[in-house]
Design a binder for this molecule. Structure first.
Ligand SMILES: *[C@@H]1O[C@H](CO)[C@@H](O)[C@H](O)[C@H]1NC(C)=O
Ligand SMILES: *[C@@H]1O[C@H](CO)[C@@H](O)[C@H](O)[C@H]1NC(C)=O
Length: 243
């Protein structure tokens, strides 16, 4: 189910087919900016933050309307029936950032139907690793994680909360390298606001032989898959983009 966002898009030069239009929010709520450039392109830099909309191209287009609000903020409404995956997120991309960040957010999330999650989604290279720090998720996601062929690396208590760590090794998915590792940190109590100290999660992973070498991308993201329907309005209170 997991999208391999920008990296795969870049590596395979696949063009995302996007059905994106700005949401019909009240123009006074910060969406006005996005409405003026409707629809925003699927990848870009907005107000100092890298952003990306990605969907797998498995057959049917995904319906996801996203909008960009000031700073690291964004909104997405989606309906992935009959079952495509999408991700949308805002954050940092490229080698010249310090990826140990305290990401403070406030969000209004509706993640009830189908597979859906919200949190910090990233990639590192050499070796290729995809990771998720999941702060909120749907019931389907919980069942899915429980059935996942993965190694349970136990629970860790951080200043961001208590997370359960998993290592998943995947093959295929059109990846040039064939095999890649996916690191999970799943917050044991879901939340819709708070601060994620990414460096603490990176350290917790590293202590379980789950290191990250060259950070490449890290976005505060939403993902939907398996007949997912929902919405997210996200405000990023810090840190500033661009560094
Ligand atoms: C996206 O916007 C279009 C046009 O306003 C609308 O018809 C569609 O229902 C929206 N999709 C979602 C998932 O909100
Ligand atoms: C969430 O909803 C509340 C109530 O409508 C609103 O005041 C707040 O600004 C919203 N937050 C975001 C991040 O959209």
């Amino acid at each position: 189910m997991i999208s391999l966002a920008g990296l795969v898009t870049a590596l395979t030069a696949a063009a995302a087919i996007v059905i994106a239009a700005p949401t019909t929010n009240n123009p006074t709520d910060g969406i006005l900016e996005a409405r003026q450039s409707s629809p925003p392109p699927p990848v870009g830099v907005h107000d100092g933050y890298f952003y990306e909309f990605w969907s797998d191209l498995g057959g049917n287009p995904v319906s996801a309307n996203y909008s960009l609000s000031p700073g690291g903020g964004f909104g997405v409404e989606w309906d992935t029936f009959p079952g495509l995956t999408f991700t949308f997120g805002k954050g940092w991309s490229g080698a010249n950032h310090n990826y140990h960040k305290s990401i403070e957010y406030e969000a209004n999330l509706t993640l009830e139907e189908g597979g859906a999650l919200f949190g910090v989604h990233g990639f590192a290279l050499n070796p290729l690793v995809e990771y998720w720090i999941a702060d909120n998720y749907s019931p389907v996601f919980e069942n899915w994680v429980a059935m996942l062929p993965r190694q349970d690396k136990g629970e860790v208590t951080t200043s961001s909360g208590v997370y359960r760590l998993y290592l998943e090794v995947r093959t295929g998915f059109g990846y040039p390298q064939g095999v890649f590792r996916l690191y999970w940190a799943v917050r044991q109590t879901k939340r819709s606001s708070g601060i994620i100290n990414t460096g603490e999660i990176f350290s917790a992973w590293a202590s379980q032989d789950m290191g990250l070498n060259r950070h490449e991308q890290m976005l505060l993201s939403v993902e939907g898959w398996i007949e997912s329907r929902g919405s997210a309005q996200v405000e990023m209170l810090g840190p500033p983009g661009g560094n």
